[in-house]
Design a protein. Structure first.
Length: 168
């Protein structure tokens, strides 16, 4: 999937190693960003459709870690680990994501939260160590569709919170 930085013609230097998924969410950036900062939020929306999450450890700060298991709808458990590498509330989160702390195949993700009127455009740019790992994630693990489903789950969760806040 080709994607380039805004205003930059042509392909980015990592285009052959990245997957980019974006979505507009009907909530302000501060609220969408907040959904990433607290494990009680994350556990309600993280992952593709049909997946649930069990957290073992969570510390949202640069250098902090999220150690968790994703449970697939078919009963398969997936050990996951994330460390936060950059936090710029409410505009940007960068992280390293693998199966474990020393996973040589860990990949980087950068999430951008940009205001779009009263809504937020969230972009999730994932950069894999190699093109082959990107291709495997896309083909074997359906990473593009999984990313879209994850952002859809986030949108459903956050807009529900926004509606409750507007009513209360």
């Amino acid at each position: 999937m080709d994607a380039t930085e805004q205003g930059t013609p042509g392909r980015s230097a990592t285009a052959d190693r990245e997957i980019v998924v974006s979505r507009i969410i009907d909530a302000p950036p501060e609220l969408v960003f907040e959904a990433f900062t607290d494990v009680r939020h994350l556990s309600r929306w993280w992952g593709p459709e049909g997946f649930t999450t069990t957290t073992r450890a969570f510390e949202f700060r640069v250098g902090g870690e999220w150690d968790f298991v994703m449970h697939g709808p078919d009963g398969t458990d997936y050990q996951e680990w994330i460390t936060w590498t950059e936090l710029a509330p409410p505009e940007r989160i960068a992280l390293l994501h693998g199966e474990t702390r020393d996973d040589p195949n860990a990949f980087e993700s950068i999430l951008r939260f940009e205001p779009e009127g009263a809504a937020t455009r969230i972009e999730m740019r994932t950069v894999f160590p190699t093109k082959e790992q990107r291709d495997e994630a896309a083909e074997k693990y359906h990473a593009v569709e999984g990313g879209r489903q994850t952002l859809n789950n986030l949108a459903t969760y956050v807009t529900g919170i926004a509606r409750k806040g507007a009513q209360g």
